[in-house]
Ligand binder design. Sequence first.
Ligand code: SF4
Length: 379
Amino acid sequence: MAGLYIHIPFCKQACSYCDFYFLTRRQLKDPFTEALIHEIRAHRHGPFADQPIRTIYLGGGTPSLLSGGQVQRIFEELHQSFDIQSSEITMELNPDDVTPEYLRALLEAGVNRASMGIQSFQPELLQFMNRAHTSGEAEQALDAIRQTGFPSYTADLIYGNPGQTLQMLEDDIQTLLKYDPPHISAYSLTVEPNTRLGKQVELGRLPPPDDEETAAHFDLILEQLSQAGIDQYEVSNFSKPGKEAEHNSGYWSHENYLGLGPAAHSFWWEGDHARRWKNRADINHYLEHSSKRVQDEEEILSEKTLAEERLMLGLRTARGVTPEELRSRYNYRFTPRQLEFIDRQVRAGTMHFDQHTLRMSRAGLRIADLLTVDLLSGG
Ligand code: SF4
């Protein structure tokens, strides 16, 4: 089983915190769609053509800038070129693009899960983030999801913004809960160097996010979502039972995936050979070469690197990792020093460890990356 990721690199405007690959030259949407179709066809005889495709994810950028017809065309081509057996087909949507008609066109194409870039319902925060949508459009989009009976959706929230009070965050959560979301991703605002936010912080015009405030925001999210029956299953992800994101779970457990579109990553692991590669983040190159080879960087991954990645990603999930999987799939065993470290963490209440599973406690999940780095460096 494998996954497909498709990067649609267009946006209306640059959000202040974003360092993904995107461009605002939307007149390239038609040639891009053609180029993407050529790239899909170029994989007809590659290793992914024989793999049943379990999940598809259209991300970006802003995939909802494509017309319903363009999305349908892409899916027709995917069905011709791959063995699509997907139970989950997700597409990222920005609220200002969503109408009931558009959602119906996506349903017809086969999309069954919408990923809504809500971020906040507070006008001043949306403006601070330079989002293209208004809070009214966010609510209308959620209404449209309900009206059309869209099978499933997830909504993104961003917390830890300068000037965001606990009350503002609580209002955001309560507004979202009115729409009964099956899944929510909540991200703390991250300051990336090559963004407008990064420059503002660097120049001292904005303070960097405050750790204590961010932690208080996170606690509020955890508490309010868990009261609503939406539980944390990964550091940034929350869902009702059975509504966890399948596509991302594939990344966390080293399922093979093919990335299409500029800047998309791919991963292939077969026998003792594992590699990851990235398509070049350059639309002009992509438009010219997508039918041949657009990959840029390739990395061969050793068993040790794979094992460490599995620990880094697995210990961010509530399910954790099993020593049995680490042994059989990664040939990895904890050293006596690491076992001592784990033992200390169990006593401190940050990890749980029994014969079958190592996982973080709720307290441990808050500092999961830090604890895993310590564990990997020998405890
Ligand atoms: S819409 Fe998404 S990809 Fe585009 S600039 Fe904003 S955060 Fe980045």
